[in-house]
Design a binder for this molecule. Structure first.
Ligand SMILES: [Zn+2]
Ligand SMILES: [Zn+2]
Length: 258
């Protein structure tokens, strides 16, 4: 089993999970060439993917999809409204264009999408179940809804958005409308909110957490990790024991191999 976050952040997102012998890419928001290279860097041939899951149609999640599917005819699963929002999606080969419903089985892996609060057509996160394991990807969250909290509960591994530090965002260079969008209930999750939800949910021991989708302008990996860790410790959670925090990067791979 392995997880490789090839890229994470507002400039592009792609994560490879291998579970139950299946290789699944979640989002393709970097160029097809970068996806292919990133996968090769961890010993995986892009043509061997069993499927690609798409969270929503924003370009930082779908940028590479057209070129990638032209070269590698792997099935791509997205909500119908998400497909409709991807410019030029009609040019994607029909065999690759799969509509995602309430659940999907890729071999022994059961994939259950859950809705998220974000300004896209039908944004979702994913729970991946294999045997007793539960892995969850939850990024691009304006707020933690009950459904998101439920999805995160008892997960063994989580890729969770920790987008910005509210003070850096407030004092940063973004125009007011963009600051407002990021802060809104359909925008992005702050470090504080990520820490709070992790400290509140029901957990299994040794939860692995990748802090993901960090803003390059309004956050630092060290600050995100420190903020989340401080909140967890204040709530009696052993960081490095109960929860292992891991960093992700916009331009290099962050891996965990079991
Ligand atoms: Zn988005
Ligand atoms: Zn995004």
């Amino acid at each position: 089993m392995q997880v490789h976050i090839l890229a994470s952040g507002s400039t592009g997102n792609a994560a490879l999970v291998e579970l139950g012998g299946k290789k699944i890419l979640i989002d393709a928001g970097i160029s097809a060439r970068r996806i292919e290279r990133g996968l090769a860097g961890v010993g995986i041939h892009a043509a061997d993917l069993d499927g690609v899951l798409i969270t929503h149609e924003h370009s930082d999640h779908v940028r590479g999809i057209q070129v990638f599917t032209k070269k590698f005819r792997v099935p791509v699963y997205a909500r119908p409204a998400t497909w409709a929002g991807i410019p030029g999606y009609e040019q994607i080969p029909g065999v690759c264009r799969q509509e995602l419903g309430e659940a999907l089985d890729i071999g022994p892996v059961k994939i259950v999408p859950f809705p998220t609060s974000h300004d896209a057509n039908d944004p979702i996160g994913f729970c991946l179940h294999y045997k007793h394991l539960k892995w969850v990807l939850a990024t691009d969250l304006g707020e933690i809804t009950n459904m998101t909290a439920e999805a995160l509960a008892y997960a063994d591994l989580v890729i969770l958005e920790s987008n910005h530090d509210p003070e850096m965002l407030r004092n940063g260079p973004y125009p007011a409308f963009l600051k407002q969008r990021i802060r809104s209930r359909q925008g992005h999750l702050s470090n504080h909110e990520a820490g709070q939800i992790l400290s509140q949910i029901a957990r299994r021991p040794l939860m692995q957490v990748f802090l993901a989708h960090l803003s390059q302008q309004n956050n630092h990996p060290e600050l995100a990790e420190k903020t989340v860790a401080d909140i967890l410790r204040r709530n009696g959670c052993g960081v490095g024991e109960d929860i292992i925090l891991r960093r992700t990067y916009p331009d290099r791979t962050s891996s965990l191999v079991f």
